[in-house]
Design a protein around this ligand. Structure first.
Ligand code: URA
Length: 260
């Protein structure tokens, strides 16, 4: 076999494992798990004469995860309590595969609150939303209207996502994941109490408005918890479709005008 091909296959396999989150080798020498001896068959348990039928276990009651998240979120009286409740929430499978919990960045006193979709690889590594390429573009976009996540007070920007854990291989959030996390995001908005909410892309729109279709929705004010909410093209979309930056710029100017 061509050795360079084997090498690049191995590099690709390693990249794939890093992408999945593998960050250390557990054993000193590799184990070929396809070449292990077959395990010995388990001995059959001795059959005792049946005297009584085994009691039937009742099926575990289905857990209403949306009701649980709603109850937890609504009873959070402060940002710290909400953060802790969300971090401790055990019903979302994404938590098991994520490296870090990603709650927010910026100061919650900011007048503008951005709601994105979910952490990607960089966000999962750093535990902060929008820090990868899309995040750098987001920072530039808001800097153009005088807003900055580093600033506390006027001119600040507060940033969160619909989901606080990275979906595997950056797949789209599932509707049931958005439904389960939506009470937390709503409470997050209530507690931050911004003047304007920005819904970044289709998943933020589905999660908070129950509708999607960003191409038609963008640029038109919506209402989220009594606050003006602007749907915008997600910066990751703008990276793939630079021509749409024109519309994004119009939406940013609309937000700036709204802030007065
Ligand atoms: N995309 C998002 O929607 N959120 C992030 O935090 C990063 C990328």
């Amino acid at each position: 076999m061509d050795e360079s091909l084997e090498y690049w296959d191995a590099v690709a396999a390693l990249d794939w494992q890093v992408e999945l989150g593998a960050d250390e080798a557990i054993l000193d020498v590799p184990v070929d798990r396809f070449d292990l001896p077959a395990p010995a068959p388990k001995p059959k348990p001795a059959t005792a004469p049946v005297t009584q039928a085994a009691p039937v276990q009742p099926a575990a009651p289905a857990v209403d995860t949306v009701a649980i998240s709603k109850q937890l979120a609504e009873s959070a009286g402060s940002m710290e309590v909400l953060r802790a409740a969300l971090e401790g929430f055990e019903h979302c499978e994404l938590k098991r595969g994520a490296r870090n919990f990603v709650f927010s960045d910026g100061h919650s006193s900011a007048r503008v609150m951005v709601v994105g979709e979910a952490p990607g690889r960089d966000e999962d590594q750093q535990g902060k939303p929008f820090v990868g390429r899309a995040g750098q573009l987001l920072d530039k976009m808001f800097a153009a209207i005088g807003l900055d996540r580093q600033v506390d007070g006027a001119g600040g920007l507060y940033i969160t996502n619909m989901l606080p854990w990275r979906p595997p291989q950056n797949r789209d959030p599932k509707p049931e994941e958005l439904a389960m996390m939506q009470p937390f995001t709503r409470r997050h908005i209530e507690l931050a109490n911004p003047d304007v909410v920005v819904l970044m892309g289709n998943h933020a729109c589905s999660g908070l408005l129950g509708r999607r279709g960003i191409t038609r929705m963008r640029g038109n004010w919506e209402d989220v918890l009594g606050k003006p909410a602007m749907p915008m093209f997600h910066p990751a979309y703008l990276l793939r479709n630079p021509a749409a930056k024109r519309e994004a710029w119009a939406d940013l100017l609309e937000i700036k005008a709204r802030l007065g």
